[in-house]
Ligand binder design. Structure first.
Ligand code: KG4
Ligand code: ZN
Length: 350
C-alpha cells in the first residue's frame, strides 16, 4: 500500500510517499519539503495569507518530485493522507483541497491526519524505532504536551502548557535578542558560546506537582533582563541565550522525568521541532540512561514539520485499523483539534 502524505499546516509544504506492507513498520519511499522560512523572515513571523499562497505554488511540483524520486506514478498511489489540523485554516485548506482533488481524480480514498499525531509517530521512521507503550514529550512551535501513548490512536494527555509553547518560548526570547525567525535554532546556536548559569531565570511550574508547563513568565523575565542590560546586551547575548535555553530545557527535562516516574514506563519519545535541540537531547539522554529509560527521537531532519510524518501517521492508522480512508471528498479542516479527542466519534458530513 502506497500512501501519499501532504503537510501544509504552517510554513512548510511537505510531501512524502510511505510504503506499508502486511506486517512490519511502513517505510519511507521518498519525501520533499519546501520551507517558507526565508519568505516570512522579513515579517518576523508567519504571515498566514502568504503561507497559503505559497503552499498552492509548491504542493504539486513537490508531489511530482517525490513520485519521480520513488520511481512511481500517480496511478501507484493507494491512499492520499493530508494534515487536517491543527494549524492555520487557510494553509490547511490548501493541503486538504489538493489531497481530496487528487484522490477524487484518481478514484482513491483520502485520510485526514492530526498534525501532532504525525510528530508523535515520526520516530517510527527512524533507524531506532520505539515500541508501545511510551511517554511522549511533544514540543513544537504551537504545542507542549506530555502524553501517555499505548498504541496508535490511544493518546492520554498527562500535562500541557497553560500559555506559551516551548518553541514559542525559544522564538519569542530570540526575537527579544534580535535574532531572525524562527529563533529556536538561532538561540540554540548562540547558546553554545554562552554561560547557562550567567543569569538566573525562572523555571515556571517546576515544582507545581503536576505535569503542566508555563513559559509566558520566562519570556517576560528575558525581556526584563535584556532591558536591564541595555547597551551591554550585545556583549552578553550569548550568556542570555544560554541561560534562556537552560531554563526551558530544565523544565522540559524535569517534567518528562516526572511523567516517566509516575507512569512507570521505561520509554520516552521526543517529537516536534524543539526535539531538534541538542542541549535538550544531551540532558534527556544522560538522565534517562541513569534510570534505564530508552529515549527515541525522529531523525533530525524530520523533527520539524514534514510530509513524511503525515504519510507515516496515515499508514500506521490504516495498518492498525483505527481509521478507514474514505471516498467522501467533501473535506473540512480543524485549525483547533485536541489530540486526545482523536478516538471520539465525530459528526459525519458530505
Ligand atoms: O514542529 P515544528 O516544526 O512546527 C510546529 O508544529 O509548531 O516546530 C517549530 C518550532 C519553532 O518554534 C522552532 O524555533 C523550534 O521548533 N526549533 C527549535 C530548534 N529547531 C526548531 N528550538 C530549539 N532548538 C532547536 N534546535
Ligand atoms: Zn509541527
Amino acid at each position: 500500500m502506497l500512501v501519499l502524505g501532504i503537510e501544509s499546516s504552517c510554513d512548510e509544504t511537505g510531501v512524502a510517499l510511505v510504503e506499508a506492507g502486511e506486517g512490519g513498520l511502513p517505510r519511507l519511499a521518498a519525501h520533499a519539503l519546501h520551507s517558507q522560512i526565508a519568505m516570512h523572515q522579513a515579517y518576523g513571523g508567519v504571515v498566514p495569507e502568504l503561507a497559503s499562497r505559497d503552499h498552492i505554488r509548491r504542493v504539486l511540483p513537490l508531489a511530482q518530485a517525490v513520485l519521480d524520486e520513488a520511481g512511481r506514478g500517480l496511478a501507484d498511489v493507494d491512499v492520499v493522507a493530508y494534515t487536517r489540523g491543527p494549524g492555520l485554516a487557510g494553509a490547511l485548506l490548501v493541503g486538504a483541497g489538493v489531497a481530496c482533488a487528487l484522490a477524487a481524480a484518481l478514484g482513491k480514498p483520502v485520510l485526514g491526519v492530526h498534525h501532532l499525531e504525525g510528530h508523535l509517530l515520526s520516530p517510527f521512521l527512524s533507524a531506532d524505532p520505539p515500541e508501545f507503550p511510551f511517554v511522549a514529550l511533544l514540543v513544537s512551535g504551537g504545542h507542549t504536551q506530555l502524553m501517555r501513548v499505548d498504541d496508535v490512536g490511544r493518546y492520554d494527555l498527562l500535562g500541557e502548557t497553560i500559555d506559551d509553547a516551548a518553541g514559542e518560548a525559544f522564538d519569542k526570547s530570540a526575537k527579544l535578542m534580535g535574532l531572525p525567525y524562527p529563533g529556536g535554532p538561532w538561540l540554540a546556536k548562540l547558546a553554545e558560546s554562552g554561560d547557562p548559569a550567567a543569569f538566573k531565570l525562572p523555571r515556571p511550574l517546576l515544582h507545581s506537582g503536576d505535569l503542566d508547563f508555563s513559559f509566558a513568565g520566562l519570556k517576560t523575565a528575558v525581556l526584563t533582563q535584556a532591558r536591564k542590560l541595555g547597551g551591554e546586551l550585545e556583549a552578553r547575548k550569548a550568556d542570555l541565550a544560554a541561560s534562556t535555553q537552560a531554563a526551558i530545557v530544565d523544565v522540559l527535562l524535569k517534567k518528562s522525568l516526572r511523567a516517566i516516574e509516575e507512569s512507570g514506563l521505561k520509554r520516552l519519545v521526543v517529537a516536534g521541532g524543539v526535539g531538534a535541540n541538542q542541549a535538550l537531547r544531551t540532558q534527556l539522554n544522560a538522565a534517562c540512561a541513569q534510570r534505564g529509560v530508552r529515549v527515541h527521537y525522529p531523525e533530525l531532519h524530520l523533527c520539524t514539520d514534514n510530509g513524511a510524518m503525515i504519510a507515516m501517521a496515515g499508514a500506521m492508522r490504516l495498518q492498525a485499523g483505527v481509521q478507514e480512508a474514505t471516498e467522501r471528498y467533501a473535506f473540512d479542516v480543524k485549525p483547533r483539534w485536541p489530540l486526545a479527542s482523536l478516538g471520539e466519534p465525530e459528526p459525519q458530513f458530505g
